[in-house]
Design a protein around this ligand. Structure first.
Ligand code: MG
Ligand code: MG
Length: 260
C-alpha cells in the first residue's frame, strides 16, 4: 500500500515556510466560508467566496483545472462525501456541507477541508462531524519524527472505532503534499500501527478522514467527480496539511499554525 522504496519529498525550512503561507490562505478561505455560509446560498456562491479569498491573498488555486476540475473548492452536501462540484445546489438549514480547498504560493501547496453543520441539522450529524474532526487530530498527533506512516491511520481509525457505529471510507485517502497537491505516499485512515516508512523532518502530509453515518461503501456520480455514500447516509470530511518537524507536528493549514 505504501509503495516501498518510493521517495517522499523532503522540504527545507524555507520551503515549509512557503507551505505555511499557502496553508494560511486555505485556512482563511475556509474560515471565510464558515462565517458567511447561509441557508439559500448555492454551492457556487461558496466557490465565488473562495475564489475572491485566494486571489486577495496572492495565491492560486490547487483545484481549478486539476484533471479538469472546474472550481476552487469541492462542496459536498449530506450524502456527498468528497469532490462535489459547486453549482446551483441550494444550502438548506439541516445540511452538513463539507468544503475542501487548496492553494498555491510560489509553487507550494496547502490542502484542507472542514465540514459545516447547519443550524437545524440533527444531533447525530453534529456528532458525526465532531468525531471526524477528532479523528483528524488523533492522526495529526502521530505525525512525528520516528513514527511509522501507518501510525497516523491507526490513530484516526482508533478514534472513530472508539466512538462506534461509523463507517470509514477506504477508497479515498490522504497523501503527501508539497511541490504538488497529491504526492507519494498515500495516507489511509485505517490500519495497523508500526508499518510503512518512518517519518522524517521535512515531510508533509495531508491527513483527511472521510467518515459516514452508515456503510463505508461509496460510489461516483455520473458527473465523474462527486463521491456519495452507497446507502445515502450523511458523511463528514475534515483535513489538514501537516509538516513533520524536529519540534513535532506543525499544522500548516490551521489558522494558528498549531504545533502539537
Ligand atoms: Mg483536500
Ligand atoms: Mg487532500
Amino acid at each position: 500500500m505504501f509503495g516501498k522504496g518510493k521517495p517522499i519529498e523532503i522540504k527545507s525550512v524555507d520551503e515549509l515556510a512557503l507551505m505555511r503561507q499557502a496553508g494560511l490562505v486555505v485556512a482563511k478561505t475556509l474560515e471565510k466560508i464558515r462565517s458567511e455560509i447561509a441557508v439559500g446560498m448555492t454551492t457556487a456562491d461558496l466557490d465565488a467566496l473562495a475564489r475572491e479569498s485566494i486571489a486577495d491573498h496572492g495565491a492560486t488555486s490547487s483545484f481549478l483545472g486539476y484533471h479538469g476540475f472546474p472550481a476552487v473548492i469541492c462542496a459536498s452536501v449530506n450524502d456527498e462525501v468528497v469532490h462535489g462540484i459547486p453549482g446551483e445546489r441550494v444550502i438548506e438549514s439541516a445540511d452538513i456541507v463539507s468544503i475542501d480547498c487548496g492553494a498555491i504560493i510560489e509553487g507550494w501547496h496547502g490542502d484542507a477541508a472542514i465540514s459545516i453543520v447547519m443550524p437545524d441539522a440533527a444531533e447525530d450529524i453534529s456528532a458525526l462531524s465532531e468525531v471526524t474532526q477528532s479523528s483528524l487530530w488523533a492522526g495529526l498527533a502521530q505525525a512525528r519524527v520516528g513514527r511509522h506512516l501507518s501510525d497516523i491511520g491507526h490513530g484516526v481509525e482508533e478514534c472513530i472505532r472508539g466512538a462506534g457505529g461509523y463507517g470509514i471510507v477506504e477508497e479515498y485517502v490522504g497523501h503527501g503534499i508539497g511541490s504538488e497537491m497529491h504526492m507519494h505516499p498515500p495516507v489511509p485512515n485505517y490500519g495497523r500501527p508500526g508499518r510503512g516508512p518512518r517519518l522524517e523532518a521535512g515531510m508533509a502530509l495531508a491527513i483527511e478522514p472521510m467518515v459516514t453515518m452508515g456503510t463505508a461503501n461509496v460510489q461516483v456520480l455520473d458527473d465523474q467527480w462527486t463521491v456519495v455514500t452507497s446507502d445515502g447516509a450523511a458523511a463528514a470530511h475534515w483535513e489538514h496539511s501537516v509538516a513533520i518537524t524536529d519540534d513535532g507536528p506543525w499544522v500548516l493549514t490551521s489558522l494558528e499554525g498549531t504545533r502539537l
